[in-house]
Structure formats: structure tokens, C-alpha cells
Design a protein around this ligand. Sequence first.
Ligand SMILES: [Zn+2]
Length: 116
Amino acid sequence: MPEYDMKCRGCNARRKVTMTAAEFVSSDVACRKCGGAMVRQMPGAGAPGAPGGHSSKCWPQTDLSFGVHPSQVKEAAETDRKLGVCADYAHNGDKVFPSREAKRKWYNAHRRAKTF
Ligand SMILES: [Zn+2]
């Protein structure tokens, strides 16, 4: 499935959304920070501090889309530890995944816990 780089119209939060082209056309993607509408962002556009642009095949991976505000890193890491998943964050609040498997576990655990 293709991965779409989405940006929130409300708060400019970015995240990558994986879905089929049909889903992309037919469904609205809501921002998990403010609930605003996400629109597609062209790859590489307006990515402050993204080293080397698109790097989804490189691990460890820094993920802007699952990042938190720097002041919330401690709280977010604590939630991750409670869920028993990867609790790494960069100093600026970006989420860091050591591997694809860790990312998958982290994402599934948060989905189950309904943290987003
Ligand atoms: Zn938003």
C-alpha cells in the first residue's frame, strides 16, 4: 500500500498514512492532535530538520508523525513503557523507532490502548 505524507490544516502536524489509493480518495484523514483535516503533503516539502528527506527504509527511524511536544516526551515515554513498547524519543519530541518491528508493535499497542 502506498504511504501518504499528510499535513494538518489546523495545526500543521504531519504524519504518514498508509492506505490504498481508493481509501485515500474516499476517506477523510483526521489529525490526531487537533482533529483537523489532513491534506496530502508532497514529499520533502516543509519538513524542518528532516535529515536526508525520505528515510522510511532506514533504521533506526525518526518519525515526525508520531512525535510529541518536547515537554510531553517524559509522559509519552512513560505511556510507552506501560504498554511494553519502544519508548525512545528524540530531544525535540520526534518518535524514534529502532526497527520496523518495534514500530509495528508500538503502533498496534497504542491502537489497542486508544491513545490516539
Ligand atoms: Zn492538527
